[in-house]
Design a protein around this ligand. Sequence first.
Ligand SMILES: *[C@@H]1O[C@H](CO)[C@@H](O)[C@H](O)[C@H]1NC(C)=O
Ligand SMILES: *[C@@H]1O[C@H](CO)[C@@H](O)[C@H](O)[C@H]1NC(C)=O
Ligand SMILES: *[C@@H]1O[C@H](CO)[C@@H](O)[C@H](O)[C@H]1NC(C)=O
Ligand SMILES: *[C@@H]1O[C@H](CO)[C@@H](O)[C@H](O)[C@H]1NC(C)=O
Ligand SMILES: *[C@@H]1O[C@H](CO)[C@@H](O)[C@H](O)[C@H]1NC(C)=O
Ligand SMILES: *[C@@H]1O[C@H](CO)[C@@H](O)[C@H](O)[C@H]1NC(C)=O
Ligand SMILES: *[C@@H]1O[C@H](CO)[C@@H](O)[C@H](O)[C@H]1NC(C)=O
Ligand SMILES: *[C@@H]1O[C@H](CO)[C@@H](O)[C@H](O)[C@H]1NC(C)=O
Ligand SMILES: *[C@@H]1O[C@H](CO)[C@@H](O)[C@H](O)[C@H]1NC(C)=O
Ligand SMILES: *[C@@H]1O[C@H](CO)[C@@H](O)[C@H](O)[C@H]1NC(C)=O
Ligand SMILES: *[C@@H]1O[C@H](CO)[C@@H](O)[C@H](O)[C@H]1NC(C)=O
Ligand SMILES: *[C@@H]1O[C@H](CO)[C@@H](O)[C@H](O)[C@H]1NC(C)=O
Length: 549
Amino acid sequence: MQLRTAYLCFGLLLLLAGSSHQATLANATYYVGAVAEYYPVTSGTNGTVISTANANNYATFVKKASSYSADIIVFPEGTLTAGLQESSTNRTNYTSYSSFIPNESEGVIPCGNASSTVIEALKIMSCAARNYSMYILVNVNEKENCTNATSCPSDGYYFYSTNVVFNRSGSIISKYRKYNLFNQPGFDITSSAQNATFVSDFNVTFGHFIGFDITYRYPALSLLENVNVTDILFPSRWYSQLPYTTAVQVQAAWAHRNNVNFLAAGYSDPSTGSGGAGLYAGNSGIIISAFSESPSNLLLVARIPKINGTRAAINSSSNLTYKFDSTEITTRNVLLSTHQVVSRENISPYTTSLIGLNNATYNQTICNSGLCCKFNVSVVYNSTLVSSSNNSYYRYRFAVFNGVKTYSNVITNGIQVCSIIACINDTQDSCAYRYDTNATLIHPTNFTFISITGNFSNQTSYFQLPYTLATNLLPLNSSSYSFALTNLNSTYNTIGFNLTSPQSSLFTYAIWGRNFATDGLSIATTSSAVRPIPMILGIVMIILGVGNM
Ligand SMILES: *[C@@H]1O[C@H](CO)[C@@H](O)[C@H](O)[C@H]1NC(C)=O
Ligand SMILES: *[C@@H]1O[C@H](CO)[C@@H](O)[C@H](O)[C@H]1NC(C)=O
Ligand SMILES: *[C@@H]1O[C@H](CO)[C@@H](O)[C@H](O)[C@H]1NC(C)=O
Ligand SMILES: *[C@@H]1O[C@H](CO)[C@@H](O)[C@H](O)[C@H]1NC(C)=O
Ligand SMILES: *[C@@H]1O[C@H](CO)[C@@H](O)[C@H](O)[C@H]1NC(C)=O
Ligand SMILES: *[C@@H]1O[C@H](CO)[C@@H](O)[C@H](O)[C@H]1NC(C)=O
Ligand SMILES: *[C@@H]1O[C@H](CO)[C@@H](O)[C@H](O)[C@H]1NC(C)=O
Ligand SMILES: *[C@@H]1O[C@H](CO)[C@@H](O)[C@H](O)[C@H]1NC(C)=O
Ligand SMILES: *[C@@H]1O[C@H](CO)[C@@H](O)[C@H](O)[C@H]1NC(C)=O
Ligand SMILES: *[C@@H]1O[C@H](CO)[C@@H](O)[C@H](O)[C@H]1NC(C)=O
Ligand SMILES: *[C@@H]1O[C@H](CO)[C@@H](O)[C@H](O)[C@H]1NC(C)=O
Ligand SMILES: *[C@@H]1O[C@H](CO)[C@@H](O)[C@H](O)[C@H]1NC(C)=O
């Protein structure tokens, strides 16, 4: 019903504009952005056949996006050349799952170009960009001949996970090679992170990066120091984890904290907890987002208010979600899983404290490994709701952590967390588990007020985000909270994270900070039980600092 309303409003706007596809002008206050949540073709005779099939599906998205006057569309990480076993170090199959890609400086238009060495899939995308006069970002496996006799891989190639941007003429105008790989041991990386940017004809300067890059400083945060970058394109294959790092939660928080427009596309594969896409207007909030529980082919479209000193208001009547059916894009027929199989953070090293099942106001400070968080919280508990039914409901804990976390035992990151998280019973072990999607949830605990404050380092190796999540796996909108940093002294900011409207379906409410300097350390190294001798810690920091440069 809501969808249909959005559809009609948008159609009306198009009629008034008098064209089925009119490119946005440089002096307009909005442009039209589109992103995909896409479940790819993963099997076929070889990688070339698979990428061609996915490109033909992408072209269906582009055509549909064009009917809504999209200026730019972003496709997910890994879905074009899908099906490659990226977690394998054996690169025998990589060549047929990858493409040579000319550099942007060559100004090549692969469409209809017989001499172009790019794979058929990229020619299809170049033609789609030209035919529909739209900017298109695709992520594709890139291969590059290695000619350095002394340091080449034995197969003679470098393989990269690469973003390719086509302009409205189908010309390759920007490339970016993923720098922070996640469980992709067969891929190579560049010697330093590339800052990939381009200026569109509608006068917006975009930056782009890929998936796991978002958890690091280079290139994600450093890109924002580049001139005029106000909008970010983000193809992702994101393995969501409760309670802190689910897909849309991370996208919304990063856009909010950096106050940038953010266009995020997601690889839909719920059996691995993957999916999630959205269009975000910085700290003005989420314009539209989706995190599908079953394999989905969704196109999200919205007007994105340009940032030109200030930002125009979000025009909510201009957003829409188009769900392709299985006659339009056949991959949904292959569907098996019916809900997101999200992984779970190990909460056991956290210092936690239970929030009781009663009306109460809490005013307490909780510390873990030197990080202290102050919680000022009011809850109203509706006991009649519980006694009158036999349904499922979440309990909550304050949870604080300062140390190193692991993503699937593959990569470790330094983090600092002040949070309230959901649990399914009164034990700490039950936290961050989700009730089955078939369960009937009730929400007896209403948070009428939350204020979390903590002192966080303002040095460049630290960075903090406002992570919120509701039980539907989507974050709260910006209008529900305020996240403010105030300078305490030369090394610390006091961060205040206040809930400004009551919430009864909360899953996570967290100041979630990064400590880049402890990335790569083992989980045990910084467990709260073992405090390193300060002098040794100092030496470790210096070595890491040099390594990071
Ligand atoms: C393009 O954007 C820049 C910076 O945001 C602004 O100064 C300039 O006036 C814009 N140009 C037009 C034609 O609006
Ligand atoms: C951007 O700001 C400049 C300077 O204030 C103004 O001249 C220009 O018209 C603005 N452009 C848009 C698209 O708002
Ligand atoms: C925007 O630019 C177009 C041509 O470049 C011009 O016709 C139009 O009047 C301008 N609109 C505004 C609001 O300045
Ligand atoms: C992939 O398979 C197709 C269809 O069987 C075949 O025509 C093509 O030559 C193969 N390509 C590669 C690189 O093996
Ligand atoms: C290479 O592809 C073949 C055919 O799809 C598959 O059976 C094999 O497991 C793949 N090998 C690796 C190392 O990924
Ligand atoms: C690598 O994978 C290919 C294709 O699956 C296989 O034929 C080959 O034996 C594997 N090589 C090694 C060293 O395992
Ligand atoms: C890569 O090397 C092969 C073999 O030397 C050559 O045929 C091909 O043209 C090269 N491709 C590019 C894009 O340089
Ligand atoms: C080849 O690799 C070596 C070792 O990594 C490096 O020192 C050298 O500069 C490289 N040469 C070229 C031409 O890239
Ligand atoms: C990317 O931009 C950052 C911030 O301006 C800069 O420190 C870094 O050197 C740049 N990287 C490259 C490869 O130019
Ligand atoms: C940044 O925007 C300003 C204003 O539009 C423009 O003059 C300048 O050339 C832009 N710089 C870059 C590097 O694009
Ligand atoms: C998007 O549009 C729908 C329908 O008009 C509306 O219900 C929804 O609130 C909008 N989203 C935002 C973030 O405004
Ligand atoms: C909590 O307060 C509400 C009114 O604010 C009241 O209706 C409810 O009965 C109270 N619950 C308990 C467990 O005292």
